[in-house]
Design a protein. Structure first.
Lengths: 358, 192
């Protein structure tokens, strides 16, 4: 019997089976791709997924790695949680200067970012379906009366968690001025909350104060943390109406009621009106963010953080996004790009992007 | 002579296999690291009573085991997991308890915080299936977990302590903003 020979064979097989990386068949190594980490706001997910596919097919050396969060969390993941991103893109362009320009990187004099590229906008309106109560009669003239009816259910994203939530409060408050009816906030949603959401006015300026704990005491007003949950409720027929971005509602095949520009936070010409409302949160979710949000046009912004690992590839991606293919993708996603991108501190942008502003 | 040599080779082989198995399974990694050993959880009661628990103190409290997962702002599903920890109700009890109308603030090392009302402290949450459709649940608890799928929490999941909503029914999800990572303070806020 050749016992030692079999034993040695057994040992070699045993050792190989424990050795990491040696258990699979040999495969031909492909050239390593650049992993381009792109962290985006949730409402950008659909166009960015399409961009990823198109960009990668034309740039086989790059693997786009998408990650989605709420806008504040997009920035915090870089400035506070130690994640490295090549691009950060958010649904409120103001957040980049606010949270990145003055926050120094570890062991460096440089801030996390020093420029912002504003590239897209959106419109706040009302998403609904054919099955929604009174769907056949709702219009831009009567929506607030329809939403006040006791047999109508309304969805509201939590203003403490989701930007859609505090923007909804702003839109409803702006409606009071537009329709000259100071009961709109109270009759649509205001009476549902316990403790109440308070509104204090000074001249034409109104401040909405959201308490630390927000609960709806009326079954017809459904409060959920994220607007994505409200879309699911609409689709299942458990909800009649919900405020939503136009792009998200249309991407999901829902009906969308367009509101007047003075209310929908999309119109640069209405900016002075939007500024007449602000939302204060008693609840401070992030130690680094003062929870005060001023009414302003919805503008999406992006930057390449100063600690990005692949800034050149990031600039290539942004150029592609703002080129004809990217513009088509955004239009197909019901979220048009700005006709001309706008830069904040465009003088310090990478050279590859400065040409966008000539 | 030949038999002796075979025995020696056999012994050497067994030792090699054992050594390989030790390297592969790394049982020493289950020991607490310095960060976990040094972690403290501050509990503040409704009357201001303060109590600081070490990780070891916490894990000595009555344990709750359950199932649960969560989804993010953009609908990405994480879990569900089998998790183990101490209920928030029990932790409040450590500093005088909580009464209806009170709220509880959960704070974390990274500056994140969330506030739960009394019902949520007791497990009053809406639950979802993995398609994010609202579905009913059986027993549900709000728990400060320290083990997930039988292991201590990895850092990216909030090592060593994370808030979680878990219960008896498998496959259920809740909203991710309540799953606070790296929890280091729990404060009962009494009714004004």
């Amino acid at each position: 019997m050749n016992f030692p020979k079999y034993l040695c064979l057994f040992l070699i097989i045993s050792l190989l089976s424990f050795a990491p990386g040696c258990s699979g068949p040999a495969v031909k190594q492909e050239p390593a791709k650049v992993g381009l980490k792109v962290i985006i706001a949730g409402s950008l997910l659909v166009p960015f997924q399409a961009l990823e596919k198109e960009f990668e097919s034309r740039n086989p050396d790059i693997d786009v790695l998408l990650d989605g969060h709420g806008s504040v969390q997009v920035i915090r993941s870089v400035t506070e949680l130690g994640n490295i991103a090549d691009i950060t893109a958010v649904a409120d362009a103001q957040l980049i200067p606010l949270m990145m320009y003055s926050t120094p990187m570890p062991e460096s004099d440089r801030a996390y970012a020093d420029w912002t590229l504003k590239f897209s906008t959106n419109r706040l309106g009302i998403a609904y379906t054919d099955a929604s109560a009174h769907a056949s009669e709702i219009s831009a003239d009567n929506w607030y009366r329809v939403l006040s009816r006791p047999d109508v259910s309304i969805g509201l994203a939590d203003p403490r968690i989701d930007a859609m939530g505090y923007r909804t409060l702003m839109a409803i408050q702006l409606a009071e001025d537009y329709y000259r009816d100071d009961t709109i906030f109270e009759t649509t949603i205001g009476s549902a909350f316990q403790p109440p959401i308070m509104i204090t006015g000074q001249g034409s300026h109104n401040t909405i104060t959201v308490p630390e704990v927000v609960k709806s005491a009326q079954a017809r007003v459904k409060l959920r943390s994220y607007s994505i949950q409200l879309m699911a409720l609409l689709e299942s027929g458990d909800l009649d109406y919900s405020f939503e971005y136009e792009s998200v509602a249309k991407q999901r095949g829902l009906k969308f009621l367009t509101l007047p520009a003075a209310i929908d936070l999309s119109d640069p010409a209405s900016e002075d009106g939007y500024r007449q409302v602000e939302v204060n949160l008693d609840f401070k979710r992030f130690a680094s963010v003062v929870p005060n949000f001023k009414g302003t046009q919805i503008v999406y912004g992006l930057t390449i953080p100063n600690n990005a690992l692949h800034p050149r590839e990031a600039a290539r991606f942004i150029n592609f996004m703002l080129g004809p293919e990217g513009r088509r993708i955004f239009e197909d996603s019901h979220q048009p790009l700005l006709m001309t991108p706008q830069g904040d501190n465009s003088g310090v942008m990478p050279a590859e992007l400065r040409s966008l502003f000539k | 002579m030949k038999d002796k040599r075979s025995t020696l080779i056999l012994l050497a082989g067994i030792l090699l296999i054992l050594a390989s198995a030790l390297i592969y399974f790394q049982p020493w990694s289950r020991q607490l690291d310095a960060e976990t050993k040094a972690w403290t959880l501050t509990l503040v009661g409704r009357d201001g009573t303060e109590k600081v628990l070490s990780y070891k103190d916490l894990t000595a409290l009555p344990t709750y085991k359950g199932e649960g997962g969560f989804f993010s702002t953009v609908g990405i599903v994480y879990g569900p997991y089998s998790a183990q920890g101490v209920t928030l109700e029990e932790l409040c009890r450590q500093v005088g308890g909580i009464t209806p109308g009170d709220a509880v603030m959960i704070s974390a090392r990274d500056g994140y915080s969330t506030v739960l009302d009394y019902e949520q402290v007791m497990g009053g949450f809406i639950t979802y299936d993995t398609n994010l459709k609202e579905v009913p649940h059986d027993e549900l608890k709000t728990v400060l977990i320290y083990r997930q799928d039988g292991q201590p929490l990895p850092d990216e999941d909030g090592k060593p302590l994370r808030l979680a909503i878990i219960g008896t029914r498998k496959g259920l999800l809740t909203e991710g903003n309540y799953w606070v990572k790296w929890v280091n303070k729990i404060e009962v806020l009494k009714t004004p």
